[in-house]
Design a protein around this ligand. Sequence first.
Ligand code: 5RP
Length: 217
Amino acid sequence: MSLEKKKQIAAEAALDYIQLNDVVGVGTGSTANYFIDGLAKLKGKIEGAVASSVASSERLKQHGIPVLDSNSVAMLPIYVDGADETTTHKHLIKGGGGAHTREKIVAAISEKFVCIADDSKLVDILGEFPLPIEVIPMARSYVARQLVKIGGVPELREDFITDNGNVILDVHNLEILNPVKMEQQLNNLAGVVTVGIFAIRPADVLILGTDNGIVTS
Ligand code: 5RP
């Protein structure tokens, strides 16, 4: 089965978690896009969506799905999003699309986080995928130097500004053996807005598209 098909079946399986009148948290990326396209079929049955990026917000609106401000909802029943890497513990690396700050906010206000991905994203140890870190532009060099001290090789994402007006450092060469600790440590650096590790608040459900169909854990 192709990678795209695996993403699509994982995304469509997540539709089963949506209930009548839900406000749905919606992620960003190619897998999330399949979910948005599937959600369009349920649009009269949900109240609306909270989007984690301008791109997803646009796609939702194109389908006629109402997009709500995250500040207008106390808690979302569900958030569906992709990942760049996941472990069996549902610790994730996100931010390949540069949207992980807003994604982390949506995850924080959601009761259930359903992660959807093709099975190539499943890893034993996080870190082969370069870790995205959103940084305030003024702190770029300082944060990069701190990352080198812990063995990382940071690379400024070229020609990219986040929806929040910041830059992204993609950090190579990190073996993230303790994702919770690393998330805390990197988030504490002055000038870091958000690190792309989702371990303090991991996913609750993982739906992987595989050659044999979907595998849910
Ligand atoms: C965006 C993300 C995405 O979830 C992640 O990059 C996966 O994307 P795709 O579904 O296109 O592989 O974190 O910031």
